[in-house]
Design a protein around this ligand. Structure first.
Ligand code: HEM
Length: 450
């Protein structure tokens, strides 16, 4: 009884978060929860989601325990900041992430996809399975880092690859722990995190200084050919004319590296699991690729024509949304569907559960990419499909993630068929992102389309 008073619903959620959120979200559009001593509301009704994330978004911020936990690395970047500071940062960064602007980074993604395919070719010829989760993590980290730093990235690539797994593991431990000691305290987690973060910080500061020097001496490339960090450094707020300081750039770089790689990597790992369960879909995607590209690896011009591949990625994000849960804190009182939300209370969204609600999705557990083909009824309610969030804080990197996923999957599927190397069950594991419960080992058949 005392435990329940102090911990609230945490013990049940800790045992089976996905099951509990699915069960509770079926009880109604807004369901009370207690997270430790804090009152929270699990919101699953699209009209109420729209209210919090769009109509009354200014009444909610990101000062929640989950976001506070990652601030130790991300600082006050776009993912974690709130209010007018966030608005200004987003305004400055947004133009670089619009669909058309993102296309300029596609050649980097094409190159990395081909490198991955070449490494897979060697594994396939040696009869060795590939570890999809590990390979996707490496390639999406390279994707975001090469985009941010351009040619200057090469010298630091190995060091970034070395420290990142430690940083991600330490962040995951912080997010799932009820206590978050400040970084200076000598806990085991902090002792692991501190040197890894210091090493990454040293690289990022050095790269910021290099880019500043290049802009000052006129040797930086123009915006059509420059790396993302240079573009962000030059960008001005259209309202105030201000640009980002080095400290703000540091936080945004950390944010983009963390927010922009594990998410996409998880989605692509799940996509291979689904293609193993649905081999007919794998053949269908290969047929589409042959039609569109003649069998060669896709380029950015092919991406809009790969409609089935896009639908399959969207369906993967519905069934296994990498950001399986996110939340907000009420800054002031609000009324949500007749329920009073008080200042300081949390509002929680669980895309994993919302994407399976029977009133929103027919046969929600079933893999059916047709849902995302043109004109289908189920895609009309934007607030029932939240893999990238919604409203003004919708994922800044959504276009980047979709282009990256299509180019990478298109390249790999043009050269290989893949089946899981073993039959053991794979379940979703809710960590910071939605991971697979075990490694996804893929046995490849070399099967070039061209
Ligand atoms: C499949 C891949 C991805 C998924 C599922 C995803 C998901 C999300 C979600 C759900 C949010 C909103 C969280 C909230 O409202 O509390 C978000 C925000 C954000 N994402 Fe992504 N993301 C992905 C890829 C990326 C990439 C590739 C980048 C950058 C290159 C990126 C950068 C960001 C940033 C900066 C924000 C904060 C936006 C703001 O609050 O203004 N994401 N993402």
């Amino acid at each position: 009884m005392l435990l329940r008073l102090i911990a609230g619903d945490l013990p049940e959620l800790a045992k089976d978060a996905l099951g509990e959120f699915c069960r509770r979200s079926r009880l109604g559009g807004i369901v009370p929860l207690k997270i430790g001593l804090t009152r929270a509301h699990l919101v699953s009704d699209p009209a109420l989601i729209r209210h919090v994330l769009l109509e009354n978004a200014s009444n909610y911020d990101k000062h929640t325990p989950a976001y506070d936990a990652v601030r130790v690395v991300l600082g006050n970047g776009m993912f974690t900041s709130s209010g007018s500071f966030w608005k200004r940062q987003r305004r400055i960064a947004s133009p670089a992430f619009h669909g058309e602007s993102v296309k300029r980074f596609a050649p980097i993604l094409v190159r990395l996809a081909n490198e991955c395919a070449d490494a897979w070719q060697e594994a396939a010829e040696a009869g060795r399975p590939v570890d999809v989760c590990s390979d996707m993590m490496k390639i999406t980290l390279r994707g975001v880092a090469d985009t941010l730093f351009g040619d200057d990235m090469a010298a630091s690539a190995d060091e970034i690859n070395r420290v990142f797994p430690t940083i991600l593991a330490c962040l995951a431990a912080r997010v799932s722990s009820p206590v978050r000691p400040p970084l200076w305290m000598p806990t085991k987690n902090n002792r692991n995190l501190r040197p890894a973060l210091a090493a990454l910080d040293a690289i990022v500061w050095e790269l910021i200084a290099t880019k500043r020097r290049r802009i000052a001496d006129g040797s930086a490339k123009d915006d059509d050919h420059a790396d993302l960090l240079t573009i962000l450094m030059r960008a001005r707020d259209e309202e105030t004319g201000e640009s980002m300081s080095d400290a703000q750039l540091r936080d945004e770089v950390m944010t983009l590296m963390i927010a922009g790689h594990e998410t996409t990597a998880n989605a692509l790992s799940w996509l291979w699991v689904l293609l193993d369960r649905h081999p007919e879909e794998q053949e269908r995607l290969r047929a589409e690729l042959k039609d569109v590209t003649g069998g060669h690896a896709p380029t950015i011009d092919d991406v809009p024509k790969l409609a089935r591949l896009k639908a399959v990625i969207q369906e993967t994000l519905r069934l296994y949304p990498p950001v399986w849960m996110f939340d907000r804190r009420a800054i002031g009182p609000d009324i949500l569907g007749g329920t009073a939300v008080k200042k300081g209370e949390l509002v929680i969204f669980c895309p994993y559960a919302i994407h399976r609600l029977p009133e929103l999705w027919r046969d929600g557990e079933v893999f059916r990419p047709e849902r995302f083909e043109a004109g289908h009824e189920e895609q009309k309610n934007k607030f029932a499909y939240l893999p990238f969030g919604a409203g003004p804080r919708i994922c800044l990197g959504a276009s980047f993630a979709m282009i990256e996923s299509q180019i990478l999957m298109g390249t790999l599927l043009s050269r290989f068929r893949g089946r899981l190397a073993d039959l053991a069950e794979i379940r979703p594991q809710p960590r910071v992102t939605l991971r697979t419960s075990r490694a996804v080992n893929l046995q490849l058949e070399v099967a070039p389309l061209a």
